[in-house]
Design a protein. Structure first.
Length: 136
């Protein structure tokens, strides 16, 4: 019953009562779900299958599909009206994409800084401890 593309209702946690779609099956107890965030405010995250209530609706997506692909499938299947979900405005979707892009750039900068710091640590000569004069 819980396969990739199945629309579910979250029953536990901070996102309880919101709709999501299964993106990937992790193991017998956990799946990866997403809202996507601009439409239902459900972040892509791991979720226990006991915290999901599967619905009849299903969309055709490949495993690990992007949120944009999922939004397109929502529109094709007319799920916004069926599930009474507010369709995200183009402005809201663009803001969300820009935020994701900015987060990706920050991650790239952090990795570059780690590499740079590691390189400097290798080049830096070890400091020798100064000998203190002995008191008599």
């Amino acid at each position: 019953m819980l396969e990739v593309g199945r629309i579910c209702l979250k029953t536990a946690g901070r996102e309880a009562g919101r709709h999501c779609v299964i993106v990937k099956k992790i193991d017998d107890n956990f799946v990866m779900v997403t809202g996507p965030k601009p439409a239902t405010n459900v972040k892509r995250r791991r979720c226990n299958i006991l915290h999901l209530e599967p619905l009849e609706e299903k969309i055709k997506i490949k495993p690990d599909a992007s949120d944009n692909e999922i939004l397109n499938e929502y529109q094709k299947a007319d799920l916004f009206s069926k599930l009474n979900i507010e369709k995200p405005s183009p402005r809201k979707a663009e803001e969300w994409k820009a935020k994701k892009k900015k987060q990706g750039e920050k991650k790239g900068l952090k990795e570059k800084l780690k590499i740079r710091k590691a390189g400097k640590a290798e080049k830096r000569p070890e400091k020798k401890a100064k000998e203190k004069p002995k008191k008599k």
